[in-house]
Design a protein around this ligand. Structure first.
Ligand code: MN
Ligand code: MN
Length: 483
C-alpha cells in the first residue's frame, strides 16, 4: 500500500484590510451605470434645492411608478398585497415610500431614511427693507452654516407665499439663465482692517446675512407722497405685479435663499460632483431610488423615509422627533391587515424594523488633516461610509449600533459587491454631529448610520465622489432587498 502523503497544509494568507479608491472594483458594465446614475442625481439636486421641491420630485417619480397614497387606499377599504408600492406624506415635506413584501409586515421593514432639508438662509417675516440705496432681504439662517461662506455668491430664492385670501404662490427665481440672482455683500480688502482682526465666527454675524434684492427707486407715476423708501416701494410694486402679493404676505411665507446655479462635475477626471445640498439629498435620493427601482416582490417590506427638519434637530411635525413614522406604520398595518389591525402589530413592526440612517459623513481633507483620526476617517471614492456611532466627544447623542447589526450590514454589502468603508466623524474631542438614528432607535428599530462622505459639508457648495454617490444607491438597494 502506498504511504499516505503528509498533508503539508499551507496556512491561509493573512490579508490587510485596505481602504482604496473603488474604481477597480466595479463589475463589467457598472461604470456606465455609475455615470448614468450620477448624472440623474446631478440633475435632481440642480432642480430641487428645497425640501418642498425634493419632496415633489420624489412623489412624482413614485406615482409614475405606480405608488399609491396609503391613507386613500385605507379609506377605500383596499387591502395591500405583496409587491404593492405605497406612500404617506406630511405637509409636502416628508414622505415614506414602502413596497410590501412577502413576509407579514410585522416581521419588520427594511428601511433607509435620510433628510431632504439642507442648510440655507430663510427670509424673516418682515424681510424687506431699504438701507442707503439698496433694498435688502433680512434672513435667519437654518442649520449649521459658516456665515462667511455665504457672502458674494449668486443666490436664488425658492418657496411659497400664502396670500391673505389663502391662495398659494410658488416662488422660484435665480436658476433659469434669464433670471436675475441675489447676493450678500462683503467688505473690500482695502477697508477690512477691523473685520480681518476678528475670528471667523465673529467676522460675519448671522444678523448681517442680508440679501441684496434691488436699488432702483419707483417711477414717478407710481410714487406716493411721503415715501422715503422709494426703492423698497419699487420692489413691492414688482412683487405685486409678478406674484400678486403684498408686504404682509411675507408673514405667511417660507422663502429659502440657496446658491444659484446647477451642480457640476468636478475635476479634469470628472470624478466628483460639486453641488448644493448633497447633505442629505445624496442619501435620500438614493434611498428613494432603491425602493422605486426595485422590480418584483421583496422578501420583507422595504421602505424609504425622506424627512424634513434634520438640520435643526429633527423637531416639528415634519421632523423625525414626531409621530410621523409610527402613524405611517399604523396605516401600513391597517392596509395589510384591515380589521385585524392592532397596536401590538404596529409596535412589533417597528421593533423588527432594520434601518440604515442614511446621512452624509466626513472625508479626509488634505488641507485639514488635524481633525480626523488618520485610520478611521472616511476616504473619498473609497465607498459608502458605515458609521457604527457618531455623536460628539464621548459618543454623546450616538445610538451606537451593535456589532451584530454591523456584521449583518457588512455581509449584505459584501455579498452584493458594494464598495464600503467603516468611518467615524472626526477625532473624539474635536466635535461631532447627530442624525435621525437616535429618534429611530427610540422605537426599538435596529439602526446604523450609513451614507456618503463629503468634503466641505454644509458649505454652499459641497463635494461628493461619484463612486461614493453610486455606492449609496447600490448599497441601499442591496439592504432594502436583502436585510
Ligand atoms: Mn445630514
Ligand atoms: Mn447636515
Amino acid at each position: 500500500m502506498p504511504t499516505k502523503k503528509a498533508s503539508a497544509k499551507k496556512p491561509a494568507p493573512v490579508k490587510l484590510w485596505k481602504r482604496e479608491p473603488g474604481w477597480d472594483k466595479l463589475g463589467a458594465g457598472e461604470e456606465a451605470k455609475l455615470q448614468k446614475y450620477c448624472e440623474e442625481y446631478r440633475q435632481f439636486i440642480s432642480e430641487n434645492k428645497t425640501e418642498r421641491r425634493a419632496f415633489s420630485a420624489i412623489l412624482k417619480l413614485a406615482q409614475a411608478n405606480g405608488f399609491k397614497d396609503i391613507t386613500t387606499l385605507n379609506d377605500q377599504g383596499k387591502r395591500l398585497k405583496p409587491g404593492d408600492g405605497v406612500y404617506r406624506t406630511v405637509d409636502g415635506k416628508t414622505i415614506l415610500l414602502a413596497r410590501i413584501g412577502k413576509a407579514p409586515i410585522e416581521q419588520g421593514i427594511n428601511l433607509v431614511g435620510g433628510h431632504i432639508d439642507c442648510p440655507r438662509l430663510d427670509l424673516k417675516p418682515y424681510p424687506l427693507y431699504q438701507d442707503e440705496e439698496l433694498v435688502l432681504l433680512d434672513t435667519h439662517y437654518y442649520g449649521g452654516i459658516k456665515h462667511y461662506q455665504w457672502l458674494v455668491l449668486p443666490l436664488a430664492l425658492y418657496g411659497v407665499i400664502i396670500r391673505r385670501d389663502g391662495t398659494k404662490v410658488d416662488i422660484s427665481i435665480g436658476d433659469r439663465p434669464e433670471d436675475p440672482v441675489f447676493t450678500i455683500t462683503d467688505i473690500l480688502p482695502h477697508l477690512d482692517i477691523d473685520q480681518s482682526r476678528k475670528t471667523m465666527a465673529e467676522g460675519v454675524k448671522g444678523e448681517r446675512l442680508n440679501v441684496v434684492c434691488g436699488s432702483r427707486p419707483v417711477d414717478k407715476k407710481h410714487d406716493e407722497k411721503d415715501v422715503s423708501q422709494k426703492a423698497k416701494l419699487n420692489i413691492l410694486r414688482i412683487l405685486k405685479e409678478k406674484y400678486g402679493i403684498e408686504e404682509e404676505d411675507f408673514g405667511s411665507a417660507e422663502i429659502e435663499v440657496v446658491p444659484a446655479g446647477p451642480a457640476r462635475d468636478l475635476g479634469f477626471d470628472r470624478s466628483m460632483i460639486l453641488g448644493y445640498g448633497h447633505d442629505d439629498r445624496v442619501c435620500s435620493y438614493a434611498a428613494a431610488r432603491a425602493v422605486i427601482d426595485f422590480k418584483g416582490v421583496p422578501k420583507r417590506t422595504m421602505g424609504a423615509l425622506l424627512c424634513d427638519k434634520e438640520e435643526i434637530g429633527s423637531y416639528g411635525r415634519t421632523g423625525m422627533d414626531s409621530t410621523f413614522l409610527p402613524n405611517t406604520v399604523a396605516e401600513l398595518i391597517a392596509g395589510c391587515h384591515g380589521m385585524n389591525y392592532s397596536e401590538l402589530l404596529v409596535r412589533r413592526t417597528l421593533e423588527n424594523t432594520k434601518m440604515l440612517s442614511a446621512d452624509v459623513g466626513t472625508l479626509a481633507d488634505p488641507d485639514y488633516k488635524g481633525v480626523n483620526s488618520d485610520n478611521n476617517a472616511g476616504r473619498l471614492n473609497c465607498g459608502l461610509e458605515v458609521n457604527k456611532y457618531d455623536g460628539g466627544r464621548g459618543k454623546g447623542g450616538a445610538s451606537d449600533a451593535s456589532a451584530e447589526f454591523v456584521a449583518e450590514v457588512r455581509k449584505i454589502f459584501n455579498d452584493a459587491k458594494v464598495v464600503w468603508q467603516m468611518c467615524e466623524l472626526g477625532k473624539p474631542d474635536v466635535g461631532g454631529g447627530g442624525t435621525i438614528a437616535m429618534y429611530m432607535a427610540r422605537y426599538g428599530i435596529q439602526v446604523i448610520d450609513c451614507g456618503v462622505g463629503l468634503l466641505c459639508m454644509h458649505a454652499p457648495w459641497e463635494i461628493a465622489g461619484k463612486l461614493d454617490i453610486y455606492m449609496a444607491y447600490k448599497g441601499y438597494s442591496a439592504f432594502v432587498a436583502n436585510a
